[in-house]
Design a protein around this ligand. Structure first.
Ligand SMILES: C[S@@+](CC[C@H](N)C(=O)[O-])C[C@H]1O[C@@H](n2cnc3c(N)ncnc32)[C@H](O)[C@@H]1O
Length: 272
């Protein structure tokens, strides 16, 4: 790992905020250090000063930088128990014009997972998904409704844990390429757009369901608190919100607006 000094990281982050309106100053320090070090290696920069110069002279590099800097790991039916816990609420509550927001959706595998489950309980037609992320490149992939063939065995196992059915392939076109595309009969209505949670602003909403898993972990506590409140503001009263199982949201100021539906699965309802 390329060694980077804390003060040069701060200078770099301030420049990014000033010149590109990208604010990572409240991301967790350890994660920023790791990611910047990796980006420098990938883009063959000796230090952050060189990276700054390259970003300033080539605006196209910004998309590449964001792609390298953000952690976009995702998978279908990630933490199967989460879907097992969420599904009963959705079966009961989803009705016409049910709006679902997935902030930090990365390449969209979570959305495909929920869409398949909702299709199975005949509720998908009522739902409209919006997937957002800071990283334009992963979102572009999400619009294709693809999953990678090399992961399908893992996804089938997770799917069978949630549903008891192993046959995930029934939902995907298989043209023997590296990607499998969601079949049209799963009528997923989804929009994808670039949105930065740190802006704490978005004209859309309110939503019936917000699923923001494994995103807040990259922020420091202050930013987690602010983004958490922003998400709660974007939720309808009675709406459901979910976070990642490793994400501790219990300290957040707006936490008292929620009631716990499932603590381990981090599923809550907005009550006030
Ligand atoms: C580890 S992935 C989580 C993907 C998915 N939610 C899951 O749990 O499988 C984290 C995602 O958060 C996105 N992200 C990071 N900072 C963000 C921000 N400020 N606004 C919106 N998305 C952000 C990253 O680009 C990345 O795609």
């Amino acid at each position: 790992m390329l060694p980077l000094k804390s003060d040069e990281i701060q200078v770099f982050l301030k420049g990014l905020k000033l010149n590109f309106s990208l604010d990572f100053t409240e991301y967790s320090e350890a994660s920023v250090h790791r990611r910047l070090s990796r980006v420098c290696e990938q883009l063959e920069c000796d230090d952050l000063e060189e990276l700054t110069q390259r970003l300033e002279s080539d605006t196209n590099l910004l998309i590449e930088f964001l792609d390298q800097f953000t952690v976009n790991v995702t998978e279908m039916f990630r933490d199967p128990f989460f879907f097992q816990k969420l599904l009963p609420f959705l079966e009961l509550e989803v009705k016409k014009d049910y709006c679902i927001w997935y902030p930090g959706c990365a390449s969209g595998e979570e959305i495909l997972s929920l869409a398949i489950l909702l299709h199975r309980v005949k509720k998908l037609n009522y739902c409209k998904f919006t997937g957002t992320d800071l990283n334009e490149k992963v979102l572009e992939r999400a619009t294709k409704k693809w999953v990678k063939r090399r992961h399908i065995a893992d996804y089938q196992r997770a799917f069978s844990q949630v549903t008891g059915d192993f046959d995930l392939l029934q939902y995907f076109e298989d043209d023997h390429s590296q990607e499998l595309r969601l079949k049209k009969f799963v009528e997923l209505k989804a929009d994808y757009e670039v949105h930065d949670l740190v802006s704490l602003y978005w004209e859309k909403g309110p939503f019936d369901l917000i699923v923001c898993r494994n995103v807040l972990i990259y922020f420091n506590k202050e930013l987690q608190d602010k983004v958490f409140s922003f998400l709660i503001d974007k939720l309808k009263i009675g709406g459901v919100i979910a976070f990642g199982s490793r994400e501790s949201v219990f300290f957040c100021k707006s936490y008292n607006q929620l009631e716990v539906l499932d603590r381990d699965a981090r599923i809550f309802r907005k009550i006030g």
